[in-house]
Design a protein around this ligand. Structure first.
Ligand code: SF4
Length: 660
């Protein structure tokens, strides 16, 4: 039970009710006046959900340091929008901090219409553009713009500012020898590299006075070879404190770093010790964020003394009542972020508006949630996430809902997927839905397939029976005993072979390869047991499992989001999975698989073949209701199996349930 998270805190002159802030996020609608109501509604919902302080997305202090979906503080209309936003959040009883940003060499010329500017003319791997080096006059101009932005924030009614100095943006670039090759006092020595950030803080402090709260978001670790050292990072932290910062928010990693920092494979609290090192070096409050997505992880980070506040971002998308539920000890009711990035970061990087896989209302807070005028009886057939969401929304709207699930357990494909490394957290979603349905009084019947007569007794029927693995009819040998589907394997009914060929290199095939590699490997705790007792390695194990992933496409794990795909591919490489690209599977025979491309045919020895060759909709329901019956609404994989996508299935289920 969290206790430290619940204590009141203070950032400079700003008193905060507890230790849970909402970190900066981009919704892809910032700066669009037609979306101002939605943006305000998004924040207001999180104010009601208990956020002690909300940090906005980027507000660029100069146009050259902006980009898509960012506020431009030099634009009169954007300033006006921000004033309105601050006013609405104040009126709702919330506290809002404006994040002041200059994106430096991460700016994209095609978006700003200006040449990117940075400490030095060193090309960016992220944008593939080479920025122009700032002159000394430019540096003074940038500093003035930060000071001016801070004064604007104070006058516009914001409660604080956060200066963006991490993630590889301009101020972070001044600090790093990788991006700063200057020899004019703003580079070279450590003092020179610190100087820009320290002067920005000092200049802001001079402009806004002692009272206005100033948070600096600094980089705790750039996760870039050859960048700022840990000792230099602590020197920066001390300099920021001396210059007048009221708190340090410690970010981890650059957008181009090759260490995963936000994905589900990153353990909870993995970077908290880095925040803790900064906290040990300064006397002002320190804030941490990365992978602190559950109350347990956040409380533990505070208990270890690593930080004073937590400022997660995505967990507030997943559950707008993140803090309120923790304050009220309602852990069971919390909708936990999966770190899947599918509906948030992947969309943000594609310059689309942001939503959330597990919360279909994220991004549509301004739409009224209308209760049903006349309560109906509703049957939902299928207890995967689409069915669960349909049942939840229908019940929330006042309908009397019965959910039928043919299997013993709820969850469908989501339950299967929870076995994949990094996806155990999917069980949190199933727990969330189960608790929600219980509280809403939904009649949940497992191990039951309803008859047509039973369904006819309901006013409305929603079919969410999901998908089943597709086995290509043309694949010779698919019925041999060495063959199984991914679903059979993940359900745990098949022991692993020693030479395994996975047919299908899409998202599921790649996930299955990861699952097999991890399941077959010696467990980390067994390794640790021997290592701690002085063995260089664990005693010899049985012959290692050989895994080959056969992909028709040259692009393996196609369709997996941009923030996740590279992590998955590196996992497969690290675990020694052989990947065969551009080959079709022609036939399975006892002892192996024949694969081919336009040039050659190859035989792959195998004692197990796992088919990850797509899905097809479960269509048993089609025969259930006949002519004259009202057609049911069909959602999720049952309506379209071509692109298995939980975010789409949940969103569609929500939308259908809103029409009942
Ligand atoms: Fe979290 Fe996934 Fe929702 Fe993003 S889409 S907030 S990562 S659950």
């Amino acid at each position: 039970i969290p206790t430290l998270l619940l204590r009141p805190g203070r950032i400079g002159s700003l008193a905060l009710d507890h230790r849970m802030l909402m970190g900066a996020m981009h919704l892809g609608i910032e700066g669009d006046r037609s979306q101002l109501g939605q943006l305000a509604a998004f924040y207001e919902e999180r104010v009601r959900g208990g956020a002690a302080l909300i940090v906005t997305g980027h507000a660029a202090v100069l146009p050259e340091g902006g980009g898509h979906g960012m506020y431009d503080l030099t634009a009169a209309d954007h300033r006006e929008q921000l004033r309105e936003l601050a006013g609405r959040i104040r009126a709702a009883g919330g506290k809002l901090a404006l994040q002041l940003t200059h994106t430096g060499r991460y700016a994209r010329g095609e978006e700003t219409g200006l040449a990117p500017r940075a400490p030095s003319a060193i090309a960016s791997r992220l944008t593939r553009e080479t920025p122009e080096a700032l002159t000394l006059a430019d540096i003074a101009r940038v500093q003035e713009a930060f000071a001016e932005g801070a004064a604007f924030a104070r006058d516009a009614g914001f409660h604080a500012i956060e200066i963006m100095g991490s993630e590889g943006y301009l101020l972070n670039e001044f600090m790093s020898p990788l991006t700063n090759a200057r020899d004019d006092g703003y580079g070279g020595t450590l003092e020179g590299r610190i100087r820009m950030s320290a002067e920005v803080v000092a200049r802001i402090r001079e402009r806004v006075g002692r009272e206005f709260p100033v948070i600096f978001r600094m980089s705790g670790d750039d996760c870039m070879d050859g960048s700022t050292t840990p000792a230099e990072t602590l020197a920066l932290a001390r300099a920021l404190e001396r210059s007048g910062a009221d708190a340090l928010n410690v970010g981890i990693g650059w957008h181009e770093s090759r260490l995963p920092t936000v994905g589900a494979t990153v353990p909870a609290g993995a970077f908290a010790h880095i925040v803790g090192a900064v906290r040990g070096a300064v006397g002002i409050p320190v804030i941490g964020a990365n992978r602190l997505h559950t109350p347990e992880a956040a409380e533990q980070a505070l208990a270890r003394g690593d930080m004073d506040f937590v400022a997660p971002a995505r967990p507030w998308l997943a559950d707008p009542e993140f803090a309120r539920k923790i304050l009220q000890a309602d852990r069971d009711g919390l909708n936990v972020c999966l770190a899947c990035n599918q509906a948030c970061l992947d969309r943000a990087f594609a310059r689309k508006t942001v939503g959330c896989l597990v919360n279909p209302r994220a991004g549509r807070e301004a739409e009224p949630f209308v209760r049903a005028a006349a309560p109906l009886t509703v049957a939902v057939v299928g207890g995967g996430v689409a069915g669960l969401q349909a049942a939840k929304t229908a019940a929330e709207r006042g309908h009397a809902v019965t959910l039928f699930e043919a299997r013993e357990r709820l969850g469908g494909q989501f339950l299967l997927a929870s076995r994949i490394p990094g996806k155990a957290v999917f069980r949190e979603t199933l727990r969330y839905y189960t608790v929600a349905l219980q509280r809403l009084g939904v009649d949940v019947r497992t191990n039951v397939s309803p008859s047509a007569d039973e369904l006819r007794a309901f006013d409305r029927v929603v079919v969410a029976t999901g998908v089943q693995p597709h086995v290509p009819e043309t694949l010779a040998g698919a019925d041999l005993p060495l063959v199984c589907t991914y679903a059979e394997l993940l359900a745990g009914g098949r022991p692993l072979g020693r030479r395994i060929v996975i047919v299908g290199g899409g998202g599921i095939g790649s996930d299955v390869a990861h699952y097999i590699a991890e399941t077959a490997a010696l467990r980390p705790d067994v390794h640790a047991f021997f290592a701690e007792r002085g063995y260089a390695a664990a005693p010899a194990q049985a012959a290692p499992v050989r895994i080959t992933l056969v992909s028709r496409s040259e692009k393996v794990a196609k369709g997996v989001g941009v923030t996740t795909r590279w992590v998955l591919l590196e996992e497969l490489k690290r675990r020694g999975v052989d990947v065969l690209k551009g080959y079709r599977c022609r036939a399975v025979v006892p002892g192996g698989v024949w694969v081919e491309n336009d040039v050659e045919e190859r035989f792959l020895e195998a004692d197990q073949v796992v088919l990850c060759t797509g899905q097809r909709s479960r269509t048993e329901w089609m025969g259930l209701l006949g002519e004259g019956d009202r057609r049911p609404d069909v959602v999720g994989g049952a309506s379209d199996a071509a692109e298995l996508n939980a975010a789409r299935a949940i969103r569609q289920a929500y939308e259908i349930a809103m029409t009942l």
